[in-house]
Design a protein around this ligand. Structure first.
Ligand code: TYD
Length: 209
């Protein structure tokens, strides 16, 4: 999508995406790049309202309604935050994008993955990131990290372990299907080793521009 570069981070809850996004943002800023840090759900004002529903509503949300809420957040976010930033030539560094929907609403909630992906692509007018970093982590290890973080769980985090196993498998299948877009890293490695691997790939991406 034009002059800037768009990098998304994906992975299960507790895989360390935020830490890595912070480290990468610091490195890019030091290198003189303008960075827009953002996330889904909730990367816009409208998105904040939707985030509150999907993460904190008490009680069930029908799976298709949940899928549509994430897609609505995405449509508004891409149109009002991501696309303008890329047109300005900024680097957009984003926690989660449509691969989250395919993994969580598709494999997790057992909706059709292709339909979920098509819904997101419609919402975002076909926009796909230049690079997607998948921080892959065994769900049992992720749960230990979340437990020790001492934060209340959101609606998705409280799902049972087989949900998180399906989410992980779906992510790995997505990465295998699009190896040129994905960089898959072992999230059990040290934060510094992971950050170095991400910098290598992002450096190459920006140099090729
Ligand atoms: P967030 O607190 O941003 O998660 P984390 O810090 O774990 O990345 O919460 C996002 C939650 O929303 C997370 O559990 C995954 C879920 N999600 C979906 O189910 N579908 C989606 O399309 C997106 C973007 C997120």
């Amino acid at each position: 999508m034009t002059a800037g570069a768009w990098i998304t981070l994906e992975g299960g809850d507790g895989s360390g995406k935020t830490t890595q996004a912070d480290l990468l943002a610091g490195w890019l800023t030091d290198a003189g790049r303008r960075v827009v840090r953002t996330r889904e759900p909730g990367g816009s004002e409208v998105g904040q309202l939707i985030r509150d529903i999907v993460l904190h509503h008490r009680g069930d949300i029908a799976p298709r309604a949940e899928a549509l809420l994430y897609a609505a957040d995405r449509a508004h976010h891409v149109a009002t935050v991501v696309r303008p930033a890329l047109e300005r030539g900024d680097v957009v560094l984003q926690d989660r994008y449509l691969d989250s929907s395919v993994a969580y609403q598709g494999a997790g909630r057992v909706l059709d993955g292709t339909e979920i992906r098509d819904l997101s692509l419609w919402a975002a007018e076909g926009a796909l990131p230049d690079l997607t970093v998948l921080l892959d982590l065994d769900p049992a290890a992720a749960r230990e990290r979340l437990d020790s973080a001492d934060k209340p769980f959101d609606r998705l985090e409280t799902e049972k372990s087989d949900f998180h196993v399906r989410v992980r498998d779906a992510y790995l299948a997505l990465a295998a299907a699009e190896p040129e877009r994905f960089l898959v890293l072992d999230a059990a490695a040290s934060a510094e080793d992971i950050a170095a691997a991400i910098r290598d790939r992002v450096g190459a991406l920006l140099a090729a521009r």
